[in-house]
Design a protein around this ligand. Structure first.
Ligand code: NAP
Length: 168
């Protein structure tokens, strides 16, 4: 386990994990418009054993089946079978303890930014020029201190982590 992995195992972790294109796109037509198996492996490694919180459309995009080894939590105003779900992010957070990852999509990230203490961003090289692309919300550097651009297991990718400047 690296020092960073240990930091991620903090019980008070409330992390956002996301992969973005050069334009800041995260999704297109209900899916992620690239495939990087090393990033999926990293996502699995970082989120294993934690609670993962997602929006309803992201839940549908993963096939409506829980990702194994993690407490899957969906935010939706609709009835939903087969998974723990809440009508609001505040309601979900009131029921969760221990390390939490907010895993998308854009609508969920937009609200989760106010609750997160760490952002973990993977940069992929594929352009997504479509006007239909769903984008990651702006990161306000008054709230977030950017770490250095770091190498990824896949040399085509890079990682940057941001830490909250003040306690949330
Ligand atoms: N690149 C990445 O790292 C990454 C990661 C995850 C997802 N994605 C992509 O992102 C796209 C989906 O993003 P999206 O923004 O369209 O959808 P989303 O955030 O996954 O889901 C939106 C739905 O979730 C519920 N929801 C989300 N946040 C809520 C909140 N704060 N309060 C109440 N309800 C909330 C609502 O459900 P109801 O309508 O049921 O009430 C809303 O319609 C897909 O293309 C997916 O593949 C990319």
């Amino acid at each position: 386990m690296t020092a960073f992995d240990e930091e991620l195992a903090r019980p008070d972790l409330r992390g956002i994990i996301v992969a973005v294109s050069p334009e800041g796109a995260i999704g297109l037509d209900g899916r992620i418009p690239w495939h990087h198996s090393a990033d999926l492996k990293r996502f699995k490694r970082l989120t294993m054993g934690t609670a993962i919180v997602m929006g309803r459309l992201t839940w549908e995009s993963i096939g409506g089946k829980p990702l194994p080894g993690r407490r899957n939590v969906v935010i939706t105003g609709r009835p939903l079978d087969g998974v723990e779900h809440y009508a609001s992010l505040a309601d979900a957070l009131a029921h969760l303890s221990g390390p939490i990852w907010f895993i998308g999509g854009a609508r969920l990230y937009a609200e989760a930014l106010a609750h997160a203490n760490l952002l973990d961003v993977t940069y992929v090289p594929e352009p997504v020029p479509s006007p239909r692309a769903v984008r990651f919300p702006a990161i306000d550097e008054r709230d977030w201190e950017a770490g250095p651009l770091e190498p990824h297991d896949d040399p085509a990718l890079k990682i940057r982590r941001y830490r909250r400047r003040h306690a949330s």
